[in-house]
Design a protein around this ligand. Sequence first.
Ligand SMILES: *Cc1c(COP(=O)(O)O)cnc(C)c1O
Length: 361
Amino acid sequence: MLNNDLEVTLHKADKNQLKAKPDQDKLGFGVYFTDHMFVMRWNRQQGWHNAEITPYQNFSLDPAAMVFHYGQAIFEGMKAYRDSSGQILLFRPMDNLERMNSSALRLCMPRIPVNAVLKVLKALIYLDRDWVPENDGATLYLRPTMIATEPVLGLRSSEEYIFFVIKSPVGAYYAEGFNPVRIYVEDTYVRAVPGGVGAAKTAGNYAASLKAMAEANKKGYSQVLWLDAIDRKYIEEVGTSNIFFVIGDQLITPKLSGSILPGITRDSILQLARDLGIKTQERRISIDEVIAAQEDGSLKEAFGSGTAAVISPVGELCYQDRTITINGGRVGDLSRRLYDNLQAIQRGQQEDIHKWVVRVG
Ligand SMILES: *Cc1c(COP(=O)(O)O)cnc(C)c1O
């Protein structure tokens, strides 16, 4: 259905329903939720309907709702930032909504009307504007989500869905400092397979990754580096982030093969690097090539990229029985430069030549 304008009902929370704001210094990640949420429903007859902004509240779902059984669930993750004048900014929100539609297509779920949803997002953020943190580095994290709600156990795609957006004030990712992390190169479990759903932000991908992460954590590593499912050799992603290597004078990231999530931060970093005159490559890169580059001294830096951390420097990789130390375990110059650059654009402190930033209100 091409309903590019949604009719949205507004049910504001009563004054006495408003929640106490959490301590801005102890926000953590995704623990607190704002006063309002957005919900709309879909069925085949009406398309998207019953769109409403409501007080944050529970859902009532039939236990047979298909999402509980067959996992049709997709989501997005994006942030609202404050600039120095207090204005609220979104970073490439249309790319998130378009990516949600790509995920929807892969999971046989309905498309959302992206222009109308962006309008609603802005109104929703403005309504809860007092929840957008002012603290340095803190942001308001937005979680658009779609789930299958038809109560039928027969396996097919659901004919009813809920799309909703919840929002959580989150603390600065680098509250403890911009420090490199230790990563375990995973060669037992895989994240995604060719022809699978690795390129979709669908819930099952994350459930499937938990065991590898738990085992890596137990060994003292903060994340896993995923290798490809066929050769167990080509690098895919790190945890829930894309990965970059600086080898010689090249900034290299695995090319989007269908099993890698097409990160918006990944795309922005490639663009920024090109703007800075840095040579970039999107291609297959094997763990053996990374080891060889470390041995001959050409491996300079490695970092993950994603909305949560922007850039997460990698200080050490553990692969089978070897330890690969990168840049002496320190943050690399390019990692820091790209981090500072992208942060400055997201916070309205640097010229936004690519028109990535969208103002709220
Ligand atoms: C969300 C996500 C990313 C990063 O995407 P961004 O758009 O940069 O936040 C990378 N890999 C996985 C598996 C993800 O879920």
